[in-house]
Design a protein around this ligand. Sequence first.
Ligand code: G4F
Length: 306
Amino acid sequence: MLLNKGYDVHGIVRRVALEDETHRLWRIRKIIDNLTLHAASLESYASLVKIMQKIKPDEVYHLAAQSYVGYSFEDEFSTLNTNINGTHYVLSALKEFEQNVKYYFAASSEMFGKVKEVPQNELTPFYPRSPYGISKVTGFELTRNYREAYNLHASSGILFNHESPRRGFEFVTRKISFAVARIKNGMQKNIKLGNILSKRDWGFAKDYVEAMWLMLQKEKPGDYVIGTGQEHSVEEFANLAFSHVGLNYKDYIVTDKKLLRPSEVDSLIADSSKARKELGWKPTVNFNDLVKMMVESDLEYIKNNL
Ligand code: G4F
């Protein structure tokens, strides 16, 4: 999106990703020659300071994190360390060198966790239910404090689940769309899932990056909830995905208790009125089309890789 808008785009990459480019950088393969990638890590304040000094960015999009909620229960120490300290380091590096920079923080609807009201807006109290959710609340508060204390143009997008054919395979939507394509092609017999009753507000990732950019074009920074305002269960997602290839999801889902989370977020639904009014943002892809897009893309992927 930024390249299309004529930006000069820089990114930071850890050494481990550079060692195994085909595997780690597959999502940016098509545009990699148009980007400038620098070796640096969120875990090293010094590396971030060096990069900020070198690039002197106009806008910074801080999306990097250990972002898989389920994994955050297994490795809470790394999740909290990377997500909290990493955000702190980025903010502190910006404060040192780039007072005029505009900064975006990827906050999350996971901060609402055991929801205090329905739907959730910018004033809804947080009640995170995972180490990941806790790390995002801290990142959100750090961002707000840097905005208020140091006058930094720092905004947080409280993004609800955003999906696309480029979603990682560990997340439930991609796990389902990929399994549907494999099952349809006789490559897999069933799919193991955890809690299929949980509900999410699922939107299309491409719409959501537009919202991030819009936030940084505002004269004043702020916090914005971004979501569709519609919620659907994991079961509904599976039902639609399997139906799209003429199969009945009930014949293929196996419940695996190991995939249940120690504390679950049962239901999330966004009230994005502020973003709609102040940013002029609205989602363009509905749930049915999103599911269809992901299944179609994985059918194509299987066809090309068979
Ligand atoms: O796809 P999920 O892993 O996404 P989750 O936990 O909602 O988090 C995603 O969205 C957040 C925004 O709200 C982001 F901040 C976060 O980084 C991430 O992108 O799980 C969705 C739901 C959960 O209730 C989970 O328990 O699906 C349920 N689920 C059921 N079976 C499963 C599975 N989730 C996964 N990943 N794998 C399963 O087999």
